[in-house]
Write a protein that binds this ligand. Structure first.
Ligand SMILES: NC(=O)c1ccc[n+]([C@@H]2O[C@H](COP(=O)([O-])OP(=O)(O)OC[C@H]3O[C@@H](n4cnc5c(N)ncnc54)[C@H](OP(=O)(O)O)[C@@H]3O)[C@@H](O)[C@H]2O)c1
Length: 234
């Protein structure tokens, strides 16, 4: 098989960066997409050091025009074939319902739900051009279970689960596989600005999620990779 062609949204930090570097070790061509170009450029260099080729795509997944504008360059780099799409870009918001205003609600749904919708639509043709195409939607343990003070985040991650499960059925006849990924708490910058006493040393490492995704992509045809739980380390 030729080098995998990969697109990771939110590939500049945390889980997305770890996924990009995991595929880089296999010689992949990887587009990483997020809003902050300086962070993207730094990860493109790390991708090269790890053995892959990277391209930075600056975009805001919550804005349809921003996604469309960035994609032509991405597909030029990837040669119009996409083997792995990881809808990973996301935000996290913690507040009780009474303190959750409409802007915060829309922010969660914009990045966590609208983003995967816009990006996946743009990628459909390139995915169908691959004989080994796989979409990974990064939901959360909060996409299966409710948590106090998490209405906006949980609602968005449950919605992403619905998107992902329906997409799997729609794409099944085409051979494009779709996995919904449910990480438990993972030590990334997502916790930097969120109130609360987070025990970060007990969390998953971003590389744990990346390894699950690599193994699912390389799993033989017929393996059930629909739902991928990544529970916290014991
Ligand atoms: N960490 C956890 O405990 C955990 C657990 C379960 C699920 N998850 C999910 O895993 C995913 C990655 O989280 P993480 O912990 O790695 O977070 P992170 O360290 O904060 O990284 C988030 C990434 O998403 C990008 N991003 C955020 N908003 C964006 C937007 N509107 N458009 C484009 N890119 C955007 C960020 O770059 P810019 O800010 O520069 O755009 C960054 O690259 C998220 O979907 C999150 O909900 C995380």
């Amino acid at each position: 098989m030729s080098a995998p062609r990969v697109l990771v949204t939110g590939g500049s930090r945390g889980i997305g960066r770890a996924i990009a570097l995991r595929f880089a070790r296999e010689g992949a061509k990887i587009v990483i997409a997020s809003r902050t170009s300086s962070e993207l450029d730094a990860v493109v260099q790390e991708i090269a050091k790890a053995g892959g080729q990277g391209l930075a795509a600056q975009l805001n997944v919550a804005e349809e025009e921003s996604v469309s504008a960035a994609m032509w360059r991405a597909f030029e780099f990837l040669g119009d074939r996409l083997d792995v799409l990881v809808n990973n870009a996301g935000g996290f918001y913690v507040a009780p319902l009474a303190e959750t205003d409409a802007d915060h609600w829309r922010w969660m749904h914009g990045v966590n739900v609208d983003g995967p919708f816009y990006v996946t639509k743009e990628c459909l043709d390139a995915l169908r051009s691959s004989e080994h195409a796989h979409v990974f939607n990064i939901s959360s343990v909060a996409g299966k279970r409710g948590f106090a003070n998490n209405v906006a985040y949980c609602a968005s991650k449950y919605a992403l689960r619905g998107f992902s499960d329906a997409l799997r059925e729609e794409l099944r006849p085409t051979g494009v596989r779709v996995s919904t990924v449910y990480p438990g708490q993972t030590d990334t910058s997502i916790f930097d600005k969120v109130p609360g006493n987070w025990e970060r040393s007990k969390m998953n490492k971003p590389e744990d999620v990346a390894e699950v995704i690599w193994r699912a992509w390389t799993a033989p045809a017929g393996t059930n990779v629909d739902d991928l739980d990544v529970p916290p380390r014991a």
